[in-house]
Design a protein around this ligand. Structure first.
Ligand SMILES: *Cc1c(COP(=O)(O)O)cnc(C)c1O
Length: 373
């Protein structure tokens, strides 16, 4: 359910997501499009639909239920659930909707095997290994026990073996990628030696762009780069993510424009005092619209191609900006994300002011009503 009855509109360009997908496919391997969390706020069905039309045959989603939603929308692609079954009802749903869950422990494996056996079906799974995130997954030490248990579970079909990189986007921590990559390679080798056949998958977006030559393996999971963010923006490896196109913009409307004389304060708590006579616009966006209060006195919007700074606290549904020298009118469009010319606000910049990452900006702005170009 999008945030209702407000003035924010998030515009998504599926053609740019498709162009980014093609760019990432250029690094080789089998690219799974990560469309979890409603395609990072870009819309699951619309995004997956555009990618499928462009030839994408595999998607990674979050919960099993999200995968089921994609299947129910008519997708014929392979669908992998990164979260895997959390509740027992997820086991049956994965089986019925042909969703391949990440499986990270023996308990999940036993439950899924029992459900599949009872229905005379095979449950495809992606075995998830912890190689350094310390979040979820079997460990390297589990391999012998895992192989022996799998040999007694004919209703389980491991089609993928996966792990996740902790530092792929940090050029100062590429050593850690190497240690994870080496451990993952050993795990895959031991599993193959034990008779399993599968696609191995380690890389996320940053992994594809920076590490595919060494640790690409067969399948790669592309998320943030699909949505136009260069994971190396602002680092000495920025060139690795060249050519990615942003796919989301968010606008709202100006409610009112008025003067703020020198010495006057604006908004709650009087955290901003005008040092000169100013012209301010009151904008219809606030934290109820997923526009963070953390942007108070820090963020910028883009009005007619120009950067306009936020003045004082961001309120629940209103924010004040300095529009001195401009003469906007109530009802005019103003960009929270994107915009025309050099004043356009990028997801990276917004995330910096917001003290977060572009992933969160997209997930939150995607909660607003969306339009597609
Ligand atoms: C979200 C996610 C990805 C995609 O990561 P990006 O950095 O967005 O490319 C890949 N693998 C797993 C397990 C994930 O949860």
């Amino acid at each position: 359910m999008p945030i209702a009855h407000n003035y924010l509109r998030t515009t998504v360009r599926p053609a740019h997501i498709v162009a980014n997908y093609k760019l990432l496919c250029g690094f080789g391997g089998h690219v799974l499009a990560v469309v979890k969390a409603d395609a990072y706020g870009h819309g699951l069905i619309e995004t997956a639909g555009a990618l499928a039309e462009a030839g994408c045959d595999a998607f990674a989603i979050g919960s099993v239920a999200e995968g089921a939603a994609l299947r129910d929308a008519g997708s014929k692609a392979a669908i992998v659930s990164l979260l895997g079954p959390v509740l027992t009802e997820d086991d049956l749903l994965a089986l019925e909707k042909d969703v391949i869950p990440f499986v990270h422990d023996f308990g999940q494996l036993e439950r899924l095997a029992a459900v599949a056996a009872r229905r005379g079906k095979k449950a495809k799974v992606s075995l998830k290994f912890d190689t350094g995130m310390a979040r979820l997954g079997f460990t390297e030490a589990d391999v012998p026990r895992l192989l022996s248990r799998l040999s007694g579970l004919p209703s389980i079909e491991p089609v993928m073996v996966s792990s996740h990189l902790a530092t792929a986007d940090d050029p100062t921590a590429f050593d850690y990628v190497s240690s994870q990559g080496a451990r993952f390679a050993r795990i895959c080798q031991a599993l193959r030696h034990g008779g399993l056949t599968f696609e191995a998958s380690l890389c996320n977006s940053a992994g594809i762009l920076a590490h595919a030559a060494d640790y690409g393996f067969e399948a790669r999971r592309a998320g943030i780069a699909l949505y136009g963010v260069n994971p190396f923006q602002g680092t000495d490896r920025e060139h690795l993510g060249q050519g990615l196109l942003p796919a989301m913009e968010t606008v709202t409307r100006i409610v009112s424009v008025h003067d703020l004389p020198r010495g006057a304060s604006i908004s709650y708590g009087r955290t901003f005092i005008a040092e000169r006579d100013m012209r301010v616009a009151i904008v219809a966006a606030g934290y109820a619209d997923a526009y963070s209060r953390g942007l108070s006195n820090k963020g910028f919007l883009c009005l007619s191609g120009r950067r306009v700074p936020i003045l004082g606290r961001v309120c629940m549904q209103l924010t004040a900006v300095d529009v001195s020298g401009l003469e906007p009118a109530p009802g005019d469009v103003i960009h929270l994300l994107g915009g025309e010319g050099p004043g356009a606000v990028t997801a990276d910049e917004l995330a910096l002011w917001w003290e977060t990452i572009p992933y969160e900006v997209f997930c939150l702005f995607g909660l607003n009503q969306r339009e597609y170009l």
